[in-house]
Structures are given as C-alpha cells and as structure tokens.
Design a protein around this ligand. Sequence first.
Ligand SMILES: Cc1cc2nc3c(=O)[nH]c(=O)nc-3n(C[C@H](O)[C@H](O)[C@H](O)COP(=O)(O)OP(=O)(O)OC[C@H]3O[C@@H](n4cnc5c(N)ncnc54)[C@H](O)[C@@H]3O)c2cc1C
Length: 433
Amino acid sequence: MKDAIVIGGGLAGLATAAALGSQGFQVELFEAKPFLGGRATSYSIPLGDGQEEEIDNCQHILLKCCVNLLDFYRRMGVVEGIEFHREFYFMEPGGRTSSLRRGILPAPLHFAESFLRATWLTFGEKLALGRAMLALRLERRSRKDLDQISMLYWLKEKKQPARLIERFWRQVLLSAINVELDQMAAAHGFQVMWLGFMAASDTYEMGIPKVRLGQLYRGGIENVVQRERASVEAFHPERGVLVAGEWVTGKVYISAVPSDRLARLVPQLPIDYNAFEPSSITGIHLWFDRPVTTMPHGTLLDRNIQWFYNKGEGRYLMLVVSASEQMLKMQRQEIIDLAMGELVEFLPAVAAATLIKAHVVKEAKATFRAKPGLEAKRPLSRTSIPNLFLAGDWTRSGWPATMEGAVRSGYLAAEAVSEYLGRPARFLIPDLS
Ligand SMILES: Cc1cc2nc3c(=O)[nH]c(=O)nc-3n(C[C@H](O)[C@H](O)[C@H](O)COP(=O)(O)OP(=O)(O)OC[C@H]3O[C@@H](n4cnc5c(N)ncnc54)[C@H](O)[C@@H]3O)c2cc1C
C-alpha cells in the first residue's frame, strides 16, 4: 500500500507529490489527462500540412516573488528552463513604448526613474500613483477590511484618476488575478503590488519558460509513480480511489482537482462550492510569414488584447486577454479579426505580414474569481475526513489562483500529510514580509 494517493497531476498535485517524495514517502499520482501540468501545460495541435506544433495552453508567466513555484522547479530540475526579464514594456496605440525597469534607487523607490520617464502617464497621474503606493505601504498591515472591500473601492477612496486606474492598476492586476477590479478583493491587489513591485527591487522580474510548459514536468519524481489517462471516478475513505473499475488504497488521499471536480467526487464535504465562480482567459496564437516584432513581449494599453508574447523569432505571437467573458460568445474568426485589428496599432509590421495560421483557446474556467469575502470560504488542507487532504489553487493557499498558489497549496497539503503520518516536515517558503 502506498503512503499517499494524489488525485490530479496539475501543479498542486505535482507539488504535493514532489514534497512528499523528497521525504521518502511512497506516492501514487492519478491524472485524468494524457499529460501532466493541468491548466499550466502544453499539447500538440495540427498545423494543417500534416505537421504538428506543441503549444502552451496559454502563456504562463511568474514573478520572482513566486518563491515556492521556483522551489518546485528546482525540485523538478527545470529551474534553468525559466528566463527572467527585467523590463516590462507598456505600449500605447500607435506604438509609443515606455519600459518599466529597476533603477538605481533602493526598493520601494526602484521604479521612480521609469515612472518619471514614462510617456503613458501624465505628471498628475504619476503623483496620484505615488500617493496610492505610499498609502498601500502604510495600510497593508494596519487595515483590517482588505478582504471585504474591492480593489476598485480602495482605488476610488484614494482618488485615483480613471485613466490611471485603467492604464496601470487594471492593466497590471487583471493579468495577475484575472478578475476585474470591482470584483477583486483588495487584499489580493495589495499582495501583488507589494510582493511584486515594492517589497524588493528584483521581485518584479518576469519569468517566462524557455521551453513549452509540458516539458517542465517530464523528468519524473523520486518515490512517485505517475499514472496518466487515469481518471479517479469515485472516492471512499476506506476503499480508496476508483480508477478504471478498480479500488486503489493508500494510507492517505490528497485531492488536487479543481473545486467543481471535488464537488462531484466528495460532495459530503462542508464546502460552499457555489462560492467559487469561474473567470475566463482567452489565448490567441498567431503565426506570420515573417517577423513582426523584435520585442520579447509587451503590454498593450487601452485595447481588449492585454499582452503579446514573442514565442518564436517574431513570427509566432501569443496574445492574452484576461477576464475575457465577452469573448466566450464570440466566434473564432471574430476574435482573430479583433486581435489582428488591435495588434497592428502597436506593431505596424503586422500590416505587411501574412497570417499563416491562428489558434484560439478559450479557457472558460481559467481561475476562480478572487472576490471580497471569498478568502474565508477557501478550504484548508485538512478536511472533516481524517485521511483526506486538499490541495489546488482554489484552496486557502494565501495566494490567488496562480501557479504559485497551486504549489503553495501542494506544499501545505504535504505538510499536513507528513504530520498525519507521524513524520512532520516543512516545505512552504514564506513570502517576503
Ligand atoms: C489560460 C490560463 C492562463 C493562466 N496564466 C497564468 C499565469 O500566467 N501565471 C500563473 O501563475 N497562473 C496562470 N494561470 C493559473 C494557473 O494555471 C493555475 O492557477 C494552476 O495551474 C492551477 O493548478 P492546480 O493544480 O490547482 O489545478 P489544475 O491545473 O486544474 O490541475 C488539476 C488536475 O486534476 C486533473 N483531474 C481533474 N479531475 C480528475 C480526476 N477525477 N482524476 C484524476 N485527475 C483529475 C485535471 O486533469 C488537472 O490536470 C492561468 C490559467 C489559465 C487557464
């Protein structure tokens, strides 16, 4: 009998398995799909001429403050596969671009030079931003209602101009938390701004995998047997998990599946599953007949498309739209036309290029909505069933739905399991204070 059975091979399940495996616990992991990585993965699509291309489900980026995710990549031996970028490019329609990068001043003033030079904000907006950043620094510890109010409420309280909210706060936070500012608990907005942009001068650096996401999980994990195409059909505390018609028994079970899957597998848990509403992300992959940019990435202001990433020599671009509910009803071609119409405003070379192929991925349930009041409803690792533990980005990881949140939840579950099995261990790396 294995020590631990993990249900789900996304980042949360893999992190749980890697942590337990590193302590000598024998683990078996069941993943329903033919590949690991869950939402943060890649797969092959046909290119039309009999060839296939492996694409990421969507561009996934991390910041250097994602210390547990980086620790997980180290455990998997793939941390070298992440390349850090020290510049963000804010692009205005017409193509004018300002970069945000660390200057000579220490944190939290390290962006002062970049903001002073930025063309996309007026002087008044820059002053207002400075005031709000100062307030954020002061209020992040003292204020007790940050989980009860929305980020927009707080920004309005701080009298942030509408254009600054749109061009800076929404642009940055929507990409990080995937929910509009009026539905985002201020606590999450504070966390992203503090950890990513203020706590230290390098935590903002953006990590982009140099390889396709799926390649990060192919090395195998010590003491872990990984079963793919192995969907868990039922769970019973004594009999175990039902996979392909057979019960598999372990000492403990860790569910690392999304909330709606757990609701079907273990409906008796006292969790308010309805509180976890989905929020969508749309990814648009475009292949051109020639390079259309030399930039590695850019965030596009005042339009629907929020980011582009250069995935291959300027010919293959991936565009991202967070909180993209409006796109769920749109036809594929409508989305491509919209994307092309907007992209050419920022990258003029698009006008002369021919689009060879496009692929649209609408992820309707990309993340949960990190709304005010939700934090208290996110379940902890331990459950009312003593040998069942929970992981997953939607559980109470201390972070919104991100890869870092998923890994944190996995480490927290592994800590609870190791204690239950009588060999307590610590895996979670604390955030910068
Ligand atoms: C389009 C998109 C873009 C994103 N961009 C970013 C980003 O840039 N940065 C970032 O940090 N985060 C990003 N995220 C969020 C991030 O991908 C998730 O928060 C994280 O991957 C969730 O991991 P998880 O392990 O909790 O869940 P999942 O990845 O959903 O893993 C759950 C796994 O369980 C499996 N499973 C389900 N039911 C069963 C069953 N019955 N039996 C066996 N297996 C089962 C599923 O197949 C899946 O593999 C993005 C998400 C999406 C969708």
